[in-house]
Every structure is written in C-alpha cells, then in structure tokens.
Design a protein around this ligand. Structure first.
Ligand code: T46
Length: 132
C-alpha cells in the first residue's frame, strides 16, 4: 500500500488455473483483522452505505458479482471504484464517506480493523463534511 490515507485497490492475485479453479489469500494487511462480515442479496436499485467511520479501516472484496463504490474524503475529493474481481480488494481508510451499489448476484466481503460499534459511524453527511 502506497499511502494509508488514500482509498485504493489492492491486487491480492490468485493461485490456480481456469481448469482447476482459483484461490486468493489475504495475509499481509495494513491492520490486524478484528471482524469479518459479508453482505448479499442487496437489490440493485438500493444504494447502501451513506456513512463514514471515525477509526475503522477496511479491505473490501466483491467475491461474486460487481459492486460500485463512490468514496469521498472530508475535503470533498471523490473517487469511484468498481470491484468486479474476487482477487482485488478496496482499501478504505478512516473518515471516508462511502456509497455502494450491488449487482443482483454480488457478495461483499469486508475485513475490518475494529469490532462493530455504532459509535464509530458518522451517518450525517453535514457532520462528516465538518469533521476535523
Ligand atoms: C461498510 C459497508 C461496506 C452490525 O450489527 N454489525 C456489523 O458488524 C455491521 C457491519 C452491521 N451491523 C448492523 C448495523 C445495521 O443495523 O447491520 C445493519 C446494516 O448495517 P449498515 O447500514 O451499516 O450496512 P451498510 O451495508 O450500509 O454498510 C456496511 C458496514 O456497516 C460499513 O462499515 O463500510 O458495509
């Protein structure tokens, strides 16, 4: 990872062949994994997310299907990412507003740096933009 403050795609690469199938391994992450969750059956018309995290960092995969991300930092800089390959993870640092849209068959897998707490969420966009 080049810059831990910037969202970016990480290529974890894959082992195997189209004849036998593939495996991707996440061993070297920029944080210790404290939680894993997965999200699925999200209707395509729904935009999920609409929040940022005060501390949490994540690496997110689309293990199946396609997931589009819009990520914004507190300065208003916006980045778009498309996860359409199980070997590529999206690193999201703390304090980045995210919105994501799933294809009908998409399964999101998240490796997270912290346990779940609602206290870590910033769910109000104006509060996020004022965050120092
Ligand atoms: C993120 C994106 C990619 C829990 O109780 N524990 C958990 O660990 C999580 C992740 C969620 N929840 C509860 C909280 C809500 O009542 O599950 C419900 C849905 O959570 P949320 O509205 O935050 O879901 P998404 O898909 O908008 O966001 C989630 C993660 O919360 C978030 O960290 O980056 O996936």
């Amino acid at each position: 990872i080049q810059d831990l403050n910037r969202p970016q795609l990480i290529d974890f690469s894959k082992v195997g062949s189209s004849a036998l199938g593939f495996i991707t391994i996440a061993e070297k992450l920029p944080f210790e994994i404290k939680r894993v969750y997965w999200t699925y059956y999200a209707p395509h018309e729904v935009i999920r997310g609409h929040h940022a995290h005060k501390v949490l960092r994540q690496v997110i995969f689309s293990v199946s299907g396609i997931i589009k991300f819009e990520i914004e930092n507190t300065s208003g800089e916006k980045l778009s990412f498309v996860l359409d390959s199980p070997e590529v993870g999206l690193y999201i640092p703390k304090l980045h507003w995210r919105r994501m849209q799933f294809s009908h068959n998409a399964v999101l897998l998240c490796l997270a740096s912290e346990p779940y707490t609602e206290e870590d969420y910033i769910r109000d966009y104006d509060s996020f933009k004022r965050w120092i």
